[in-house]
Design a protein around this ligand. Sequence first.
Ligand SMILES: Cc1cc2nc3c(=O)[nH]c(=O)nc-3n(C[C@H](O)[C@H](O)[C@H](O)COP(=O)(O)OP(=O)(O)OC[C@H]3O[C@@H](n4cnc5c(N)ncnc54)[C@H](O)[C@@H]3O)c2cc1C
Length: 350
Amino acid sequence: MNDATPQGLTQRFETDVAIIGAGPIGLFAVFELGLLDLKCHLVDILDRPGGQCTELYPEKPIYDIPGIPMVTGQELTEKLLLQIKPFHAQFHLGEMASALTTLPDGRWRLSTDAGTEIIAPVVVVAAGGGSFVPKRPPIAGIEAYEGKSVFYAVRRIEQFRGKEVLIAGGGDSALDWTLNLAPIAKHLTLVHHRDGFRASAHSVNRMRELVNEETIAFHVASVKALHGREGELEEVTLAGADKKEWRQKANAFLPFFGLTIKLGPIAEFGLNLNENLIPVDTAKFESSTPGIFAIGDINSYEGKLKLILSGFHEAALMAQAAFRICRPNDKLRFQYTTSSSSLHKKLGVA
Ligand SMILES: Cc1cc2nc3c(=O)[nH]c(=O)nc-3n(C[C@H](O)[C@H](O)[C@H](O)COP(=O)(O)OP(=O)(O)OC[C@H]3O[C@@H](n4cnc5c(N)ncnc54)[C@H](O)[C@@H]3O)c2cc1C
């Protein structure tokens, strides 16, 4: 487990519920738990909430959310974020939930790869199909440069100031970062294996303008080799469509080849797994480890449908069971949001 962040600091938080995954189900869990006065922290490896909805189909319409005839993946995420606003959940984005251990007092400690520790009596795994991880290009020895001069995401733009930047890819991430880093970098080159892009037309047009003005360079090419020392990139070998190779300067390489979903560290948490899913009961959606719940696409039970509406139902029942663990001496009162003045107060609509 992590004892420290890369900067040497551990950030420790105590809360009622630690949620792994800020997809639609993790987000709605905050609402159901919030109605019961339970506070939440959410961890997601992605740098924004929404899970599959925002990562895989932000602009596609969803037609089977009850009461909403049509909503896109992005809009649904925005509506969920608005709905949970009164509960002030704390997000830890861009962090991988990497270890889960028990404490002597029976609570859980969820650790992330960024050194965050969340201590809570209840952990909710809402991890969908697993964590979204960037696809690593097949370049020999690339691992040695990762985190030093090869990056799959931009966390701090300033890090690229004055650098020879090479970006590879043809989707929105590659084009967006080409446009954003062009004014910061000493020189920026975009490479893609063909002269066609999957990114928005507006970004592609702007990129072509910058190439015509000779502000940036674009080559139909692929990266064949990296050259440098101790993780610090100095040059790359590029190969054009005609297979002709050349070397050029580069201090930072950002490959944007999409994301792949892997169960990741959750497989090592010691939970009972069945084909990478967490079996749960259908009254509480608790795993076979008391205090650890699994909701949304990550769980399995007889008749399970991997639909958002199923996950919403699971979140509501999980919250009732989580309350009993977090507040063993308090009575749970069933209340409607329409008519309960105490719920109205919590929602800020009183
Ligand atoms: C193209 C497409 C269309 C779809 N259309 C519909 C539809 O019309 N209607 C419908 O109901 N459903 C639809 N679905 C399915 C729906 O998107 C899923 O059921 C839903 O996203 C599940 O939500 P979730 O919160 O359980 O998981 P996810 O949305 O997968 O979110 C899980 C989150 O957990 C994070 N995570 C996982 N492991 C870790 C870790 N160790 N550390 C940190 N973060 C972690 C991931 O990064 C991710 O953000 C569609 C799916 C796809 C791909």
